[in-house]
Design a binder for this molecule. Sequence first.
Ligand SMILES: *[C@@H]1O[C@H](CO)[C@@H](O)[C@H](O)[C@H]1NC(C)=O
Ligand SMILES: *[C@@H]1O[C@H](CO)[C@@H](O)[C@H](O)[C@H]1NC(C)=O
Length: 318
Amino acid sequence: MPLTGSFRTVSVLFLVHLMVLVVFTLQTAEARRLAAVNTTTSAFFVFGDSTVDSGNNNYIPTISRSNFSPYGKDLPDHIATGRFTNGKLVTDFLSSYAGIKDMIPPYLDPTLTVEDLKTGVCFASAGTGFDPLTAQINEVIPIQKQLKYFKEYKSRMEVEIGKEKTRRLISSAFFLISAGTNDFMVNYYGPTKIRSKTYNISGYQEFLLQQGQQLIQGLLGLGARKIGFVGLPPIGCVPAVITLNSDNALTHRGCIQRLSAVARRYNTLLQIKLAAIQKQIPAATIVYVDIFNPIDRMVRNPQQFGNNLRPIEIWCSD
Ligand SMILES: *[C@@H]1O[C@H](CO)[C@@H](O)[C@H](O)[C@H]1NC(C)=O
Ligand SMILES: *[C@@H]1O[C@H](CO)[C@@H](O)[C@H](O)[C@H]1NC(C)=O
């Protein structure tokens, strides 16, 4: 899909639910773009699922947790924080790159100070999706509730630092949204296949995109002006998906192309939708973040990314 004008694409590698492997590269052009954001952005807010949850699920009753070993084993103090990774999340790296702070804390952490809040927090919850039913299945925080938490955050900051400073903080902050994989993998194609009984796949994609659009519009309404929206990874290459869909999960570990094609189509529709929203709100910057192609490249050419990665961890090429 050719994209023009002020609509931009950023490429970042992301973790997918329950993957311990951390792979993160930022290409030079992207680092330059981030440097531009650097000068004006002083806070970073994050919405979504396990790809970006920095520990909110530690504070809610769910089994969708990662606050135990080996999670966190590569952090300086080797402590599992509730991030679904051995170290920092991509969003933590982005925050460091932008010179904001080293790691983005979970909003539900009751010990956060006003200083912590001022530079941004994470509202994400592992296991969630754009579909409220996905969050219900996993007993985690729906995306819609994450927006409510941000509203609550805004009111709290207005009391702490005043309305005008809060307005400026939010309008110069960077917002990142990363979710959607669980809607397909846990919900639509998951054990119960609930949504597949009422939606065909294009209908479901459209439903998710509408939910995503509502989140963007909610954020814009609360004063956000810089929003990055992450697309889907090649979901047919997620190890658990291969295991569940392969005729021999031990020997046949190729990606399930049929499922990755669903993600690709969703990403195309998402880019069209984001471009349309961008056109309506020229004062905002809405960016599509591509994780499909970087991960696809890694899956196809694992040796290019260092042969210290064991094949099973790089999702096996087809
Ligand atoms: C962003 O700014 C900080 C200082 O505020 C600097 O340390 C960091 O290297 C910058 N990042 C980029 C990508 O330019
Ligand atoms: C999917 O469902 C919608 C109605 O929700 C319908 O308009 C469309 O034709 C269906 N698509 C396919 C491929 O069956």
